[in-house]
Each structure stands twice: as structure tokens, then as C-alpha cells.
Ligand binder design. Sequence first.
Ligand code: E4P
Length: 225
Amino acid sequence: MKFFLDTANIEEIKTAKKWGLLSGLTTNPSIIAKTNTEFREIASELCELVNPFPVSLEVVARDTGGMVAQARILNQLADNVVIKLPTNPAGMAALTILKEEGIKTNLTLIFSASQAVLAASAGATYVSPFIGRLEDRGYDGLGMTRDLMSIFKNYNFDTEIIAASIRDPHQALDVCKAGAHIITMPFAVLEKMLLNTMTDTDLDRFLNDWEKVPGKENAFTERVG
Ligand code: E4P
């Protein structure tokens, strides 16, 4: 199980890294737009910060030729770039060309198991089913994740499933139970997974009791000699 962040916020990335909870990064045009920073500048900064882990950067052309041309340029930014392509006919054709060139891909905007199976069979490095957006619209995103896990096992695909568009810790845990290889989530969800008020109150109790321990002042002083 690997956790990716779905953000371009530098402070959030640094914090997750500090916690040892960053195995990769995903972005999309909406996430990049929020940074209000020149694209090449932010893209390079993200790749450097997250290195050696993968950073998904999305193409913004609608046709295969445009996607491939953009992908080649993005791929030169850093060694850890993964090209995000839409899972549609133009994206699949771009995937086929980029795979031949050894460029890693993340097939995104996946809303059905069939799209994920096709992208995996065509050799995508990652597939990203949008669990939260499916559930927002009343579909069974979790059931789809379970189906995908069993289909992927049947065929031994090398492609990794990134459960994406995760809304809360429950959804994150549900896709863990389903066995998704990777979860990408906003920093707020990662933080909610970690924080628990019972941990805080019970830590306070321990530390209050510590005050009663004889010799507490010398407990952590370095011994000389
Ligand atoms: C995944 O790669 C996408 O960037 C992301 O998970 C979309 O999430 P959203 O539905 O929160 O925008």
C-alpha cells in the first residue's frame, strides 16, 4: 500500500514527506491552477521535491498528436515524471505511442472497470479510477475497485491501480480493504487519517502522570564517562 498526495501545495508535500507518508504525487489542471504559479516553475519544483517518487503531470491537448508532443516535453522536466492521459480514444492512442518510447503513463478520469481493464491491457503504468467522483454521483466506486482488483489478479497486469478522488478517511480505508495498490488523496484526508482526539487526550494523561515520576529531571540527561 502506497500513499500519494493529490496536491501541488509545497507545504503539504513537505509535511507528508516529513511524516514518511509520501510515495508519489498526482496533479491535474485544476490542482495546478490553484498554485497560481508559472507552470514550468511549479512542475519542476514538484518533481524535485518528490524525487525519487513519481509525479503525475497531465497533458491538456484533446488530440493524440498534441498529447504526445506535450508528453515528450513534460517527460524532459525530470526523471520521475509520469504522463497523465485521459482514458478516451485519443488518450489510448497516445498511450500506445508513449509506451513504445518508454514514457510512463497514468490513465486518468476512469469511471468504469472496463476503461481500467483496457488501459491496463494496453500497457498503462498506472490507472486512476475516480472513486470519490463516482460516489458523489451515486455510483458504487468501491464495488468497482473490488472488481478491478480481482480482474487485475486474473490477468497479472503490471499496471498499478491508483484509487483517486478520495473524499474522506472512510473512503480511503474502504479502498485499502479492497486492496488498491495506491491511494492518492488531498492532504486534508491524510491528516484526518492520522489525527485522533483520543490520542491527544490520552497522551495528555500520560504526560500529566509523568510529572509525578521521581527523578524525571535526570531521565534524559546524557551520562558522561
Ligand atoms: C487524480 O489523479 C485526480 O487528480 C484526483 O484524484 C481528482 O480528485 P477530485 O475529484 O478531488 O478533484
